[in-house]
Design a protein around this ligand. Structure first.
Ligand code: 3HC
Length: 314
């Protein structure tokens, strides 16, 4: 078959909702697009542990501490699923980590903002994980099998993340005036960065057109952002939180909430390394990745030894 015929057959499989598996023929550009998105997704999960880890030792109760530790551990696990799923495309983990450390690979912009107090942990769980869920539920139907299966597994854990964040915000909104103020302040700081998680507007998205054609992405950035806005504004109002956007209005005809345009210059600044915490997040990852080298070496040595023992006993 010519390259063109292979491409036609590939697109026919995609259009027929077939899952593409690692050993199947795929266009090199499809493989590269998946490595880009999936490795950045994995980086996001792991870097996302840092802002929350900042409050693990300062949780207000033992119960809150246990919940936060469980969530942070889940995020690390999500990163590992996604690195493993990306490795099925023929790239190794060291190369992905190198790309992250050299600034050649991104992670989600939202993790470049500081967590100033406990209300931020509520806002992250409710808004950031809430946005991640909207995106990841859609990604369960992605055309690449390994990614789809990783998403199905991850989504099962994300709803607990979102709910525990909303519980923190609800508790604070039922608390003292100071707690209410802290929760509203966190809402004011995390609302726009959470909306930016869905990526730039569709008309400014470099990858969406091809990604939608190959069903890597199943819905566009703006469609998913709107779905998140519609469900979250009602949740905010239900516990007495204001949306930090004086122009919001519910359009009875479209049945959607209308919001102000986001500051896409800020977004571009953050994804190009100039956000409030970019250097801190990356330096932290580099430092502890290097300090943890001995753990990887010990685990590999153990695995090799086990394999040697197995071959000698068989
Ligand atoms: N943060 C950082 N970079 C972003 C971004 C964001 N929020 N949104 C877009 N970008 C980057 C893209 O990576 C791309 O840059 P690149 O070419 O260097 O990779 C550029 O901006 C153009 O954006 P596009 O819309 O064309 O890019 P995509 O088609 O890849 O769409 C996306 C962006 C919607 C984020 C898509 O990549 C995606 O769905 N990724 C998987 C989901 C994901 O990564 N979520 C991150 C959060 S994980 C998380 O929240 C953990 C949770 O448990 C808390």
């Amino acid at each position: 078959m010519t390259e063109e015929q292979k491409l036609e057959q590939f697109q026919a499989r995609i259009d027929a909702e077939e899952k593409i598996e690692p050993k199947d023929w795929m266009p090199e550009e499809y493989r590269k697009a998946l490595i880009r998105q999936m490795s950045q997704h994995a980086h996001s999960e792991v870097i996302g542990m840092q802002p929350e880890g900042n409050w693990a030792l300062r949780a207000p109760t033992l119960r809150a501490k246990k919940i936060l530790l469980a969530k942070i551990q889940d995020e690390g696990g999500h990163g590992l699923y996604l690195y493993s799923a990306t490795e099925t495309l023929g790239i190794d983990r060291d190369t992905m980590i190198e790309q992250l450390h050299e600034g050649k690979a991104k992670y989600s912009s939202v993790f470049n903002y500081p967590t100033l107090n406990w209300a931020d942990i509520g806002a992250i769980g409710w808004l950031v994980d809430g946005a991640a869920i909207v995106n990841q539920i859609s990604l369960q139907r992605t055309s690449f099998g390994s990614y789809s299966r990783a998403m199905i597994r991850i989504c099962k854990e994300e709803s607990f993340h979102q709910r525990q964040g909303y519980e923190i915000m609800t508790t604070m909104m039922n608390g003292t005036p100071e707690q209410k103020e802290m929760a509203q302040d966190a809402m004011n700081r995390w609302w726009a960065p959470a909306l930016m998680m869905f990526g730039p507007p569709d008309n400014d998205s470099a990858h969406s057109k091809q990604s939608l054609k190959w069903k890597i992405k199943r819905e566009s950035n703006d469609v998913l952002r709107q779905r998140f806005i519609d469900k979250t504004i009602d949740q905010a109002h239900f516990i007495g939180l204001e949306i930090p956007d004086k122009n919001i209005r519910f359009n009875k005809e479209t049945e959607h909430w209308e919001t102000s345009p986001l500051d896409w210059n800020e977004f571009k600044q953050v994804i190009n390394g100039n956000g409030p915490c970019n250097h801190q997040r990356l330096n932290h990852h580099i430092k502890y990745h290097n300090e943890g080298n001995w753990v990887r070496e010990a685990a590999l040595a153990f695995a090799e030894n086990e394999m040697k023992l197995e071959t000698t006993t068989n």
